[in-house]
Design a protein around this ligand. Structure first.
Ligand code: HEM
Length: 538
C-alpha cells in the first residue's frame, strides 16, 4: 500500500520519499527484496570463485563504484548549513520581492567554500572564499552567489577559464593546492593587471578568515532592483557578520592546516550544534539608476571596483541565522546547485560582463556535475514555490507527468493555464535600453584603471595589516621559480605604492624597480578606432 504522492507540477509519483530512507527493520536489495546475508558473496563452494549470478554482490559493488560525482570545477571544497532569513521591511520600498517584506521569514541554505583547492584540501589556506545563499522564496528561488572579497580578478567572464587554469595546480606536478604560491598565478595577475585589486585583498588578512562565521559576503556585481511602482535602483549586496570580521595570522593558518585541515568546516558545524547560531545582516548599497551606470565616478559595471562605504552606506534589509546542519553532506552540500539567473520578481541583472558570463556558466557545468537537466528535482535544489514548467523527460526524471503534450495554450488540457493575476506577480525583465552600438570585443575605457582602488585598499590598512600584506607577497612570490615573473609583479606593486614595492623587493632580495618602470598592460582595451568602430569613447 504505497500511497500516491502529487508533486506541485500535478505530476503523480508512486514512490514516497520514505521508500529511499534506509529506515526499514530489515535489509533489502535496491528493489526491496529482503536479504539474508550481505557479508558473503555467492561462490561455487567455500573456496570457489564468485558466481556471476550473485545479483546482490554486483548491485552492492556497482553502486559503490559509482558513488562519486565530479567535484565542482571551482569551489570544490565547501561546507553548508540551513537557516532562515527574516526581512526588516526596509528594502520593500525599492524592491518588490516578497521575501523583503517586513517580518517575512524565508528558509535558506548557505554553502561556504574555498575556490582553488580540491574537495579534500585544507580549510585555512590563503584563498578567496565563496558565500553562496539559496533563498527558497514563495516567488521562486533566489540565489545570491557571492564571495568574501568585494571585487573579482577579472572584468570579463571570457577570461574565467584562463585565471582558473593559472590558479589551479600546475598541470605536470599537480601542485600547489594553495592559491597563490606559484608561477602561473603570478604570471597571470601581473600580465592581466585588472587582477591586482583582488590580489591585494588575497594577500591581506582577508585571505585567511578566522571562521566562516566571521566573514563578510559580497554579491560583487551591481544588480538592478524594481519596486511595485516599476521604479528601479542599482544595488550591491553585502553580508555583515554579527561576530565582526576576524582573520587568522599566517602562522596560525599554517599550524591549523596541519593539525586540523577541517577547521572551518568543524567550526561551523560545532557552533550550530552548540546553539551558537551564526548571524549576518544583509545590506544594500543603493545607487540611482542613471544611464551611465556610475556612482561618484565609479563604473558600477566594473566588477574590479568597489564603491567605498563612506560614499554609499550599507543599508540593512534583513537578518540571516544559520540554525541547522545538513543531515547528509552529499545530498545537501555536495548536490546543491547555485545559479545567478535564479531571481525572484523585483531583482534583475545588469550588463556587467562578468555577471553576464556567469549567467551561462553555472547551469552549464551543473549539467555535467549533476548528470542531466533535472537537478532542480534534487530536494536541496527544489523550489519551495509551486512549479509548473512544461519541462519533460531527461536523465534522472523523477516526476510522472500526466496529461497531454505540454504546450500552452492547449485546448486539449483544460484551457488557459494563466490565471487572472498571474501576470502581475510574474518576473518581468526591466525593459532597460540596450545601447545601439557596434558589435565589438572591447571594454569601456573606465575599465582600464587597474591600480587606484588597490592603492586605496593599501592606504586604508593599519601598520600591522601592512606588515602582513608585505609578508604575504614576499612568501608567495618567494615560491616562484621564474625571476622575470617576480620582477613583473614588483613593477605592479610599484604602481600601487612605492613603500609596498620596496619592502617586498627587499624581502625577495631583488632590486627595487624604478618608480615609473614600464609595465606592459596586456589587458587595456584596444583603441576603438583600431577596431574599425565608430563609437564615441566614454
Ligand atoms: C562556483 C562565486 C565568477 C563559474 C562558484 C561558487 C561561488 C562562486 C560562491 C560556489 C557555489 C557552491 O557553493 O556550490 C563566484 C563569484 C564570482 C564568480 C562571486 C565573481 C564575482 C565566476 C565566473 C564564472 C564562474 C566569471 C564563469 C564564467 C563558476 C562555476 C562554479 C562556480 C562553473 C561551479 C558551480 C557548480 O559546480 O555548481 N562561484 N564566481 N564563476 N563558479 Fe563562480
Amino acid at each position: 500500500g504505497t500511497p500516491e504522492t502529487r508533486t506541485p507540477t500535478g505530476a503523480v509519483t508512486g514512490c514516497p520519499a520514505s521508500a529511499f530512507g534506509q529506515q526499514g527493520a530489515f535489509l533489502t536489495t535496491a528493489n526491496g527484496a529482503r536479504l539474508r546475508d550481505s557479508d558473503h558473496s555467492l561462490k561455487a563452494g567455500p573456496r570457489g570463485p564468485i558466481l556471476l549470478q550473485d545479483h546482490h554482490f554486483r548491485e552492492k559493488i556497482t553502486h559503490f563504484d559509482h558513488e562519486r560525482i565530479p567535484e565542482r570545477v571551482v569551489h570544490a571544497r565547501g561546507t553548508g548549513a540551513h537557516g532562515v532569513f527574516t526581512a526588516y521591511g526596509t528594502g520593500a520600498a525599492i524592491c518588490r520581492a516578497g521575501f523583503l517584506k517586513k517580518g517575512r521569514e524565508t528558509p535558506v541554505f548557505v554553502r561556504f567554500s574555498t575556490v582553488l583547492g580540491s574537495r579534500g584540501s585544507a580549510d585555512t589556506v590563503r584563498d578567496t572564499r565563496g558565500f553562496a545563499t539559496k533563498f527558497y522564496t514563495d516567488e521562486g528561488t533566489f540565489d545570491l552567489v557571492g564571495n568574501n572579497i568585494p571585487v573579482f580578478f577579472i572584468q570579463d567572464a571570457i577570461k574565467f577559464p584562463d585565471i582558473i587554469h593559472a590558479g589551479k595546480p600546475h598541470p605536470d606536478r599537480e601542485i600547489p593546492q594553495a592559491q597563490s604560491a606559484h608561477d602561473t598565478f603570478w604570471d597571470f595577475v601581473s600580465l592581466h593587471t585588472e587582477a591586482q585589486h583582488h590580489t591585494i585583498w588575497n594577500m591581506s588578512d582577508r585571505g585567511i578568515p578566522r571562521s566562516y562565521r566571521t566573514m563578510e559576503g559580497f554579491g560583487v556585481h551591481t544588480f538592478r532592483l524594481v519596486n511595485d511602482a516599476g521604479e528601479t535602483v542599482l544595488v550591491k549586496f553585502h553580508w555583515k557578520p554579527k561576530l565582526g570580521v576576524h582573520s587568522l595570522t599566517w602562522e596560525e593558518a599554517q599550524l591549523i592546516s596541519g593539525v586540523d585541515p577541517d577547521f572551518h568546516r568543524r567550526d561551523l558545524y560545532d557552533a550550530i550544534e552548540a546553539g551558537a547560531f551564526p548571524e549576518w545582516e544583509l545590506g544594500l548599497q543603493v545607487f540611482p539608476d542613471n544611464p551611465e551606470e556610475t556612482f561618484a565616478g565609479i563604473d558600477l559595471l566594473d566588477p574590479t571596483k568597489i564603491v567605498p562605504e563612506e560614499l554609499a552606506e550599507v543599508q540593512p534589509v534583513g537578518r540571516l541565522v544559520l540554525n541547522r546542519t545538513p543531515t547528509n553532506f552529499f545530498a545537501e552540500t555536495e548536490q546543491v546547485a547555485f545559479h545567478l539567473g535564479n531571481l525572484p520578481p523585483g531583482i534583475d541583472v545588469t550588463n556587467d560582463p562578468l555577471l553576464q558570463g556567469r549567467l551561462f556558466s553555472y547551469v552549464d557545468t551543473q549539467l555535467t556535475r549533476l548528470a542531466g537537466p533535472n537537478f532542480t528535482q534534487i530536494p536541496i535544489n527544489a523550489p519551495h514555490a509551486p512549479v509548473n514548467d512544461m519541462l519533460r523527460d531527461g536523465f534522472h526524471q523523477h516526476a510522472v507527468h500526466a496529461g497531454v503534450a505540454p504546450y500552452r495554450p492547449n485546448s486539449l488540457d483544460g484551457g488557459n493555464p494563466f490565471e487572472a493575476g498571474d501576470a502581475e506577480n510574474a518576473f518581468v525583465d526591466v525593459p532597460v535600453r540596450v545601447a545601439e552600438a557596434p558589435k565589438i570585443r572591447a571594454n569601456p575605457a573606465s575599465f582600464d584603471d587597474h591600480f587606484s582602488q588597490a592603492r586605496l585598499f593599501w592606504q586604508s590598512m593599519s601598520a600591522v595589516e601592512k606588515e602582513h600584506i608585505v609578508a604575504a607577497y614576499t612568501f608567495e612570490l618567494g615560491k616562484c621559480y621564474e625571476q622575470v615573473i617576480k620582477e613583473r609583479q614588483l613593477r605592479c606593486l610599484a604602481q600601487i605604492d612605492p613603500v609596498l614595492c620596496e619592502q617586498v623587493a627587499v624581502g625577495l632580495g631583488l632590486p627595487v624597480p624604478a618608480p615609473a618602470s614600464e609595465l606592459a598592460d596586456v589587458t587595456a582595451s584596444p583603441a576603438l578606432s583600431q577596431l574599425g568602430a565608430e563609437w564615441p569613447a566614454d
